[in-house]
Ligand binder design. Structure first.
Ligand code: ATP
Ligand code: MG
Length: 203
């Protein structure tokens, strides 16, 4: 059972030598345990992506600490997979080849990587589209392929940066339900960033 802990985590950016540094994240604290579905909610520019990048080891933190169990996260973590707001699929590769790609660069055999790719394509409900190219899919379907590709590496941490915010409201709600189903099935640890929350209307 692993634990991800942020203690007084701050992230500052240095824009240029003249201007003072910009404080993007200011002394935040959280703990995420294995198997949890954690959500980071906040308005645009409040530092969500910065936190996610730091968790993935892509961005150095300025002060405080970010620990996985008792180890400082200080380099790129290969056991993290990320899905971004916009589709990051390779347009010249078919859906199934996109999903198999991360296992190709990790040196898996062709049989193994396509067997796993098909398994995750089924999980996101797109088996019929394995031979399609990304441009032949809708935005929501492309995001599902992105999700399948991220799941294919069986990451210990799945980092989702507003993956559905470019979709229409109905598809987004459907995808959030789908994500919940997939999370229950895979029992992944998920950090999900969003600025879209349902605000109940006043009676
Ligand atoms: N590379 C950078 N250099 C300088 N400032 C940056 C850099 N990246 C982000 N920032 C600043 O840090 C702040 C937080 O950015 P971040 O991308 O983490 O926000 P966010 O919460 O993900 O926003 P959004 O919801 O719009 O994606 C912003 O004010 C932004 O201007
Ligand atoms: Mg962001």
């Amino acid at each position: 059972m692993f634990k991800l802990t942020a203690k007084d985590l701050s992230i500052h950016y240095h824009i240029d030598k003249q201007t003072t540094e910009f404080i993007a994240v200011d002394q935040i604290n959280f703990t995420i345990t294995q198997g949890e579905f954690a959500v980071i909610v906040g308005p645009s520019g409040c530092g969500k992506t910065s936190v996610l990048n730091a968790i993935a080891g892509l961005l150095p933190i300025t002060s405080g600490s970010l620990l996985l169990d008792d180890q400082l996260i200080d380099s790129i973590r290969k056991d993290c997979a990320m899905v971004f707001q916009s589709s990051a699929l390779m347009p010249w590769r078919k859906v199934i080849d996109n999903i198999a790609y991360p296992l190709e660069i990790r040196g898996y055999s062709r049989t193994k990587r396509y067997q796993k790719a098909r398994q995750y394509l089924r999980l996101v409900g797109l088996s019929k589209f394995e031979q399609s190219f990304p441009h032949q899919l809708s935005g929501g379907m492309q995001q599902r392929v992105n999700l399948a590709r991220a799941l294919n590496v069986e990451p210990s941490l799945l980092l989702l940066d507003e993956p559905f915010s470019a979709l229409d409201a109905l598809t987004r709600e459907y995808m959030q339900d789908e994500l919940q189903r997939i999370w229950l099935e895979t029992q992944n640890t998920v950090v999900y960033i969003t600025h879209l929350i349902a605000i109940p209307s006043p009676k």
